[in-house]
Each structure stands twice: as structure tokens, then as C-alpha cells.
Design a binder for this molecule. Sequence first.
Ligand code: SF4
Ligand code: SF4
Length: 375
Amino acid sequence: MQNETLPEIGSTITIEKSTMNEILLRLKQNGFLTIGPRIENETLIYGAIENLEDLPRGYTTEQKPGYFRLFRDRHSRYFDIIPGAQSWKQFLFPSCVELFSLRRITNSWEFAPRAVETPKFAFIGVRACELAAIQIQDAIFMREDFTDPIYQARRAHTFIISVNCTHPADTCFCLSMECGPQVRQGFDLNISELDNVFALTIGSELGRKLMAGLSFDDASGYVLASVDQKIGNARRQMKRNLNTQDLPELILENLDHPYWNEIGKRCLSCTNCTQVCPTCFCWNVTDESSLDGKSTCRERVWDSCFNPDYSYQAGGNTRPTIYSRYRQWASHKLGTWKQQFGTLGCTGCGRCITWCPAEIDITEEINNLGNEVKR
Ligand code: SF4
Ligand code: SF4
């Protein structure tokens, strides 16, 4: 039955799962590109979704250090997968974006500013750790003293449907980073998936208005208790843990500890961990010139502090060894990031563990460092 009134912000309602198709349709009619998890080429990506059937229903992922498998499981839920290598970062902070171009006109150059392109994204199925990562990147790219216009334009129009995690992967440790598995803030709508219905928490005025005329019920005590129970189970399932007590101090007071060299012997400096990380933001600018010399284009591209060239300056490299580059990455994420931006730079999503070919696990390495220091 259609509802005459709108739900209040902060309230939780239940909807039939098929009602989500109408919500997606309304978002599209409002000009949003609806993006969510989907399976392509036998792996999990974030791409355009038209309706619920595009989601990886019935699938789950198995993840451990250096290992990712996607498989069909014995359930029919839409949001049981834990994301793969891709994160939402690619949409707000694209891996390659044009900054400007120049075109030769006889003896001078004509400047062409970046073609303004501000897609309106609706992200469907954002996990708590990923939402926390978006908020971390907000603090990087939209500071009081400097705002990145590309990021800001994209972020300003982003609608977020988040989802509470109920089946964490073996590599997840969002609980110890206090970023999950329950979504707390920063969403327009938040889904908790039960077997037969979605419990939907309203997070914004736009999210509320999308419900106009749709069928929904106030969430019953039974539904709310079921959601709490599922989130509680997810917390208990999460085995991996990073001890964050005095973490910046542990790292920054032990930058010369020999344990960093132990990690450096195993690390391949392949950059995988930084490319999959939803908070990493190293970038470079490159110029692409046409072969006829008549035009050139300057692009911003993702870079990595693991690239030897990244720290090349004034005729020398300040981090010539692999261990010094790993130490830079970890000491920024878990140390100086806090001084810079007020939070740690890790949300416990586990991607850097899953996608490291050397099976290096940031939780294990930092906990080991702590134990070595205590010895
Ligand atoms: S820690 Fe792993 S993923 Fe990161 S650079 Fe080293 S080998 Fe690559
Ligand atoms: S450092 Fe690793 S676990 Fe932390 S946010 Fe980045 S990829 Fe996720």
C-alpha cells in the first residue's frame, strides 16, 4: 500500500526488495548515474546498474592475504559480497583526468581549460569502511585552505546508498579502526538486508523525498532486533585486529627499528596496496604531446609512494630502498596522517592485504612491530 506521508530522517522503515528498483529508477530520472557492485569478466567491479538484477545476488567473496575468489553461495541476498580491488575512489578521484590542453596556433599556443564534466553519481551498496574512506578523502581534497575543484564538483552531487556489512571477509578489520561494520553517518539511505526485506534508514532530505508515494512500513521491533543481531554476528566474525592504542606514537618513535627492514625484504614495491586503497591519494602530472607537435595535454594520474621516482627530488631519491618506501606508506597511514587530517588514514577495508602478491598484512606487520619494540 502506498504511503501518504514521508518517513522522518533518522527513521528506519522496511520495503519490499523490489521497491529498490523504483528507487533506482527515480535516481536515474533525477540525472544520477547509478553505480554498484556487479560481476563482469568473472570478477567483481563497480559499474552501472539498472536494477537489482544487475547486483551480484547469491554471490560472496573469499579473501585472505594474496587471495580473492568470487563464488556462488547458497543464499539469495544482493549485498553479501565484500568488495574487490576497485573502490569508489575511482569515481571521485579518477585514475587519469585531463587538467588542460594546449594547441599550437602558428607561433603561439592556445590554452583550453579542462572540459567541465561533473557526473552525478548514485553509489549503491557503499560499505561502512568505504564510506569512512570517502569521508577521509573529503578531508584531503576539500580542506579549508584548499579545495580540489575536480573532486569537489563530483562529490557535491554524489548520492550514497550504503549497506551494513553482515558477512565480513577474512581480511576485514574495520571494527578495530572504528569504521564498521555498521554504517553510522554520511549516507542518504542505508540498507540492512534481511532475507525477505530491506530495512532502510533515511539519512537525508533527498533520501526521504525519494520515498514519496512508495510502499513502506515502519520497521518493527523484530526487524530492528534482527538487524542488530546480524551486525553483532559480523562484529564477532571479524578475527583480524589492528591495535590502534598509541599507534602514531609506536610508529613515529620507532622509524629506525630494524623490523622495517624485515618487511622490506618481502615487499616487491609493486604499488598494488596503494592502488587498491580507498584513501591513498598520491598523484603525478604527465604531459601527452602529439607526434606532430601541434597539441599537448596535461593529465593528473594516480601515483604511488612505492614508485622509486615518486620521491626523486633535487637530483636524488629520498627513499631509495623498498623498506623506506613501505615505512613511508605505513607511517603516513597510521602515524602522520593523524597530525595532518585528524584521523588515521586506514579504515580497515583489507584490500591491501587481499591484493598484496607477497601476502604482506598491515595488521600483522604493525602488531609485530609493537611486539618487537616491547621485547
Ligand atoms: S606491500 Fe605488497 S602490495 Fe604493497 S608494494 Fe609491497 S608487495 Fe606490493
Ligand atoms: S591501508 Fe589497507 S586496509 Fe587500510 S584503508 Fe587502505 S587498503 Fe584498506
